[in-house]
Every structure is written in C-alpha cells, then in structure tokens.
Design a protein around this ligand. Structure first.
Ligand code: ADP
Length: 237
C-alpha cells in the first residue's frame, strides 16, 4: 500500500505518542510489583500466595508486552553491516544453546558454505528475529515433552542465485490452520504468557531488509520457517 507523506507523519506521531504512553505505564507497574512483593508474606499467612503469584506473572506479562512494543516502535531504518550468514547463525546458536540443553533439546547447525555467503543486515535486528524463531521452536518442543521424542532444531542455509535462505525447523507440536492464518498478527498468541509480538516484529524487520519469511507446519510433526535475504555480491579480491 502506498503511503502519502501526510499518512507517514500521522503514523510517526502515533508511534511517538504510543511509545511515550507505554513508557509511562512502566513506572506505575514497577511500583505495583514492588508493593505486591512487600505484601507477599502477609498473603502467604492468609493462604493466598497464589494471588500474589498471579499478580506478579501478569505484571511481568504486561512489562514484556511494553518492552517488545517499545523495541518494535523504534525507528525502522536498519543499521546495516556486512556479515557472513554462517557467523551470524553461529553467534545466535551460542546464545540459545544453554536454554536448549536445559530442555534436553539439540540445536544442529549446518552451515559450512565455502566460500562464505555475505548479507548486508542490521545484525542486532536479525539476531533478534532468529532468536525469536528458535525460542518459539523451543516452546513448541516443550509442548510435547510427554510424547517422549527428543527435541531437535535444525538450522541450515540454501544458496540461490540472488538469494540466501535460512531454514529453521523443529520437531515440536506444529500449528493448526487457525494459528497459521494469524501467527504474524500483532498480539496473536496461543501461549498462556505469550505476547504475540515476536513474529509480527520479526516480519516487519525482515520486510525492512528486503527479505521475506514463510512457514510450513504440521500438527504433531513440526514446523519450518524459511527466511530469505538478498545475497550480497562481493567483489573478487
Ligand atoms: P508468542 O511467542 O509470544 O506467542 P509469536 O509472535 O512469536 O508470539 O508467536 C505467535 C504464535 O505462533 C505462538 O503463540 C505459537 O502459537 C505460534 N508459533 C510460532 N512458532 C511456532 C513453532 N515453531 N511451532 C509451533 N507454533 C509456533
């Protein structure tokens, strides 16, 4: 959809207003959280610790939503750096390995492309995207804990003429058609304490990079996300 300059101004203003409201809501939440913690011993005495636990979880959820919202409403122009796909993926896997290990899940990275493939991206933003996808995969694997399958996340790359695909697959619970229809919508979540912002933010980041994202999933079998980026053609040295 084409946007006029007027619409852009309005959107930018709306973004600023909502960001400052979000910011202002954080302060009262912090003091509510503090006072509930002070009250907690009294609630325990009354046998109502469960109430305190729910209040704290819900405050944390509101904070997560605000945090992700503030993150996603920052200026969208990416700060680009040239990086090889394999080193980017290795860095992200390193960040998630301990969480995966704790959940008894294996992360397998297949990226030994020679020569390396380079992309020009905002490294922080793209790491965030891949982290989101891996975290979702870990959650989906958690869901089928009782199934006695060992969790497995595989990350691989496919080189095309002008593009590079990053494929992230998991053998978690998969998604039904309703989830597939809505998963990129802001605030859509099937998790008790989800924000529903991870994939909508990821979608926007990838679009801003001139890339695309697609998903293939089957209930009970698993899910595969494919992110496509324009490949950078390095001059011969
Ligand atoms: P959140 O993780 O907070 O729910 P997301 O936007 O990251 O928000 O994801 C939206 C929804 O997409 C999730 O609640 C889940 O239902 C679904 N989803 C995403 N990734 C996967 C996956 N790998 N396997 C199964 N479901 C997934």
């Amino acid at each position: 959809i084409e946007q006029t300059a007027y619409q852009n101004d309005k959107l930018a203003m709306l973004g600023k207003i909502s960001a400052s409201i979000a910011h202002e809501i954080r302060n009262p939440l912090t003091s509510i959280r503090g006072f509930i913690q002070l009250l907690r011993p009294h609630l325990v005495t009354l046998g109502k610790d469960e109430y305190a636990r729910i209040i704290l979880t819900e405050i944390d959820r509101a904070n997560d939503i605000i945090y992700e919202f503030l993150n996603s409403s920052k200026p969208s122009a990416p700060e680009t750096t040239v990086i090889s796909v394999s080193s980017l993926l290795k860095e992200v896997v390193l960040l998630t390995e301990s969480e995966a290990l704790m959940k008894g899940c294996q992360i397998i990275l297949h990226t030994d492309e020679e020569p390396p493939t380079f992309i020009s991206v905002d490294v922080k933003q793209i790491k965030q995207v891949i982290l989101n996808i891996i975290k979702n995969a870990l959650d989906a694997i958690d869901e089928r804990e009782h199934d006695d399958v060992s969790g497995r996340i595989e990350i691989s790359t496919q080189l095309r003429d002008k593009h590079v695909n990053i494929c992230i697959s998991d053998n978690g619970g998969g998604m039904d058609q309703n989830t597939l229809n809505h998963l990129f919508n802001p605030f859509f979540t099937t998790k008790e304490s989800g924000t529903g912002l991870g994939l909508s933010v990821s979608y926007r980041i990838i679009k801003n990079h001139g890339g695309s994202i697609s998903v293939d999933s089957q209930v009970g079998a698993g899910t595969e996300f494919v992110i496509t980026f324009p490949k950078l053609h390095m001059p011969e040295i």
